[in-house]
Write a protein that binds this ligand. Structure first.
Ligand SMILES: [Zn+2]
Ligand SMILES: [Zn+2]
Length: 368
């Protein structure tokens, strides 16, 4: 299915504020909510579409990628959208608050606990960020303790009913008409107590485990771009694991810098090369290319070598290498070079100073 423009989906302008986005999304979410339109696949598609548009446009980073490179750019940065409706509800619980029933969750569906998300900062060389690469990362995440199956107890017989709340998980305080119910302080709401703790996880129910994963760095990533790997985050007993967010940090290059999809560099040339014209060799990320300098090139001129930038992908085209020409003024002249330059100045009708630093001396004599 052809993806529609996010702004169009929400019916907002390209400069819409967060408040405007929220308002537009709330209206659409109410209209196409799965509880309101059960067994209507088209409404479900509309609901998903609007949720994705809202998620992207509300996130300044994702929004700027989308504004610049469109859907393909987002995909390239690792954005995958939502998998199902419950994914949407857990992401925007603030939006659904007070929509239907209690707490915004869908009626009749208990919420599965979800593990925490994990984050991994992946340093990427300048070249690998341009061309993309597959690499392996090693990181630590929390896994459900296999010794106690996440119960935290040494053996099942070490799990007992909490005497404070008698297994209810909550305690009632107050007398008469005003009664307050709160989470049981002894068992923290679990309703159970552990007599002897698991020796491996010390009763924490989770253990730290090293994990290795293959990560494919998408071509063209910039510092701050990230990919999210579903279910590769921390586990939680009796629930689903969180996600792993791999954040890319691109190292600087000694010669090249990056501007969106273009690569920039500076090339020094002598002033005679600039005046007479020449061909110079410019290094690129792939090999080196010859570049013609036309006679009379000024310092600061930017020359373009097409197709030597970030490679194109999907519907957005690749960038170029922009070479900024810096004309170097010689700092040390031999007697012969100096004589020739003085001659050059004389022919050009310039007033040549008699000796080195003469001009400065004349100015200095006037001032002091
Ligand atoms: Zn209790
Ligand atoms: Zn354990």
């Amino acid at each position: 299915m052809e993806k529609r423009c996010y702004y169009e989906i929400l019916g907002v302008s390209r400069t819409a504020s967060t408040d405007e986005l929220k308002k537009a999304y709330r209206q659409l979410a109410l209209k196409y909510h799965p509880d309101r339109c059960p067994d209507d696949p088209e409404a479900e598609d509309r609901f998903k579409e609007a949720s994705e548009a809202y998620e992207v446009l509300c996130n300044s980073e994702k929004r700027s990628i989308y504004d610049r490179y469109g859907h393909a750019g987002l995909q390239n940065s690792g954005y995958r959208g939502f998998t199902d409706a419950s994914d949407i509800f857990s992401s925007f619980s603030d939006i659904f608050e007070g929509f239907f029933g209690f707490g915004g969750a869908r009626t009749g569906r208990p919420r599965t606990p979800r593990g925490d998300d994990a984050r991994y900062d992946l340093e990427v060389s300048f070249e690998n960020a341009i061309f993309g690469k597959t690499t392996e990362i090693e990181f630590t995440r929390l896994k459900v303790c296999s010794e106690c199956n996440g119960s935290g107890a040494k053996s099942p017989s070490d799990i007992g009913t909490c005497p404070t709340c008698r297994g209810r998980g909550s305690v009632v305080s107050g007398l008469g008409f005003v009664q307050m119910s709160s989470t049981c302080p002894s068992c923290r709401g679990t309703g159970t107590i552990i007599r002897e703790r698991c020796a491996v996880c010390k009763g924490k129910r989770l253990v730290k485990k090293k994990a290795k994963l293959e990560i494919s760095i998408p071509s063209g990533v910039e510092t701050g771009n990230y990919i999210s790997l579903k279910g590769e985050g921390h586990e939680v007993p009796g629930g689903v694991p969180g996600d792993l967010h791999v954040v890319f940090i691109v190292r600087e290059h000694e010669f090249f810098t990056r501007l969106n999809s273009d690569i920039l560099c500076e090339m020094p040339i002598s002033f005679t090369q600039a005046a007479l014209g020449t061909r110079i060799e410019v290094p690129t990320l792939r090999a080196s290319r010859k570049l013609a300098i036309t006679p009379g090139t000024q310092s600061g001129t930017v020359l373009k070598i097409q197709g030597e930038g970030v490679p194109g992908k999907g519907f957005y085209s690749g960038g170029d290498l922009l070479v900024k020409i810096i004309v170097k003024t010689p700092t040390r002249l031999t007697a012969e070079q100096e004589a020739l330059l003085r001659e050059y100045a004389r022919i050009s009708g310039e007033e040549a100073p008699e000796k080195k630093a003469g001009a400065f001396q004349r100015i200095a004599e006037k001032i002091f």
